[in-house]
Design a protein around this ligand. Structure first.
Ligand code: SF4
Length: 452
């Protein structure tokens, strides 16, 4: 049976590359093992022409769409078109389906929704379609039929991750990704123990409460076996990237990994580390293994915004100290900050600049805050009435969708684009950037009025 898998990717990404998703890749492998013929279409927004081509070429009997919270509008238009123009049945899965199941299932044309981790449920759904059986009642599946919505019982968490197949990388045209980036991507764990208010993780935590251990890890042997095979298959991969946020947080696992990685795989790698878990031993093991770069999240400089709004419970000294530990171990530190968070102001931006300066990261990347649907920060912004009607394309373009009295969106945009320079410059430069934006705006208004 032919299956079309959809993912929605950054519409500003000009190379048109799919985004490697470990979960989608594992699903692709499982579907292949069970005789399904899958094709992945990576859409940069709603693209009728590409959709039409894929439907004509692949002739799917079912479409499964992985929808991320930053592509909801694009997905909505695409799924409606699949149903109305091609009469194709559609199932949705992924973060949006899990955090906003009622909204996702109410999109016209969507017949089924997979809640939470989807590798077994999506397979069972497609098997039932292939066999002409009624999918209603499958564990983890919500089905819309004439009687309404039938909600299957949520299955327990899968604890033996080694029993899953390696992701099907051909699905993503992986050769193109590796050739363009020189990197190969991996994931070693599922789940996260932290509670960041801008991340949908707490939905999964609540959903699976009492249904097994939330943070699970593949064995070191299982991970290395996959990495070795990928490096052999794609010799253009000169470095590895570990995508999971808990890659380095289990000391015993990390030690076993550091013992084996240099001989078995040997390429340099980068990974993400939560600053709250950084220890001297972690930094040493990462460095010993061959890690040359770590990505960390500073959050925001204002303690109120960082701790109370974003729920990153770390004080300035702990953040600066953790970055120092990583740097002294010889790791390049890439730090991300969020700008335009709820309650952001000129003063809090200055505090973020100051914190980034103190952290002495090798590189600082500023991201504009987006109220991801389903998160606690989005709820807060909704309650305050700060969410404008500006659409999700603003997220991809690095523009704020908030209208806050404390800081206009155009100021957030200006500070974000100047941020790396601000971190290198003397304190007080934030005011200079904002004055310049205000002057430009006033001039624009004068020209507009004068031109009438
Ligand atoms: S550490 Fe990462 S995955 Fe975990 S809650 Fe925070 S943002 Fe989400």
């Amino acid at each position: 049976m032919q299956v079309l898998l959809l993912q929605f990717v950054d519409p500003t990404e000009t190379r048109g590359l799919p985004v490697f998703s470990h979960e989608l890749g594992v699903l692709g492998s499982r579907l292949k093992e069970h005789g399904f013929a899958c094709r992945l279409l990576a859409l940069r927004g709603h693209r009728s022409d590409e959709l039409r081509r894929a439907v004509i070429e692949h002739r799917p009997r079912y479409v499964l769409a992985e929808v991320e919270p930053h592509s909801v509008a694009a997905a909505h238009r695409t799924l409606v078109e699949l149903s109305e123009t091609y009469s194709l049945p559609v199932g949705v899965l992924g973060v949006y389906a899990t955090c906003r199941p009622t909204d996702a299932l109410s999109v016209p044309g969507v017949r089924a929704l997979v809640l939470g981790e989807y590798d077994s449920t999506a397979l069972a759904l497609l098997e039932s379609v292939r066999d002409g059986a009624d999918p209603a009642g499958i564990d983890g599946l919500w089905v819309r039929n004439e009687e309404g919505v039938v909600r299957g019982r949520l299955p327990d968490l899968r604890d033996d991750l080694d029993s899953l197949p390696a992701p099907d990388r051909e699905l993503f045209g992986y050769e193109r990704i590796v050739s363009a980036t020189g990197e190969a991507h991996f994931k070693t764990s599922r789940g996260c123990r932290l509670w960041c208010a801008f991340c949908p993780n707490d939905w999964y935590m609540d959903l699976y409460e009492g249904r097994g251990t939330f943070v699970r890890r593949r064995s070191v042997g299982n991970v290395l076996h996959e990495v070795r095979r990928v490096l052999d298959r794609y010799p253009q991969a000169r470095r590895a990237v570990f995508l999971d946020h808990h890659f380095a947080t289990d000391a015993d696992w990390l030690k076993a990994f550091a013992d084996a990685w240099p001989d078995r795989c040997g390429v340099p790698f980068r990974c993400w580390v939560p600053l709250s878990g950084v220890t001297e031993a972690m930094a040493t093991e990462l460095s010993r293994a061959g890690c040359d770069e770590v990505h960390v999240h500073l959050g925001a400089g204002s303690r109120f915004i960082r701790e109370e709004v974003l729920s990153i419970r770390l004080d300035d000294d702990a953040i600066v100290g953790a970055c120092g530990v990583l740097r002294r171990a010889g790791l390049r530190v890439v730090a991300k900050v969020l700008l335009g968070c709820p309650y952001e102001s000129e003063v809090s931006i200055e505090e973020t600049v100051e914190l980034a300066q103190r952290a002495e990261a090798d590189e600082v990347r500023a991201e504009v805050f987006y109220p991801t649907p389903g998160t606690r920060t989005a709820e807060l912004c909704g309650e305050k009435g700060w969410i404008s009607g500006r659409g999700e394309e603003n997220y991809w373009e690095g523009r704020s969708v908030l209208d806050m009295p404390s800081m206009p969106a155009e100021h957030i945009r200006a500070v974000a684009s100047e941020f790396p320079r601000l971190v290198k410059g003397p304190p007080g430069n934030v005011r200079g950037v904002l004055r310049k934006v205000s002057r430009t705006r006033r001039r624009g208004l004068r020209d507009l009025l004068g031109g009438r």
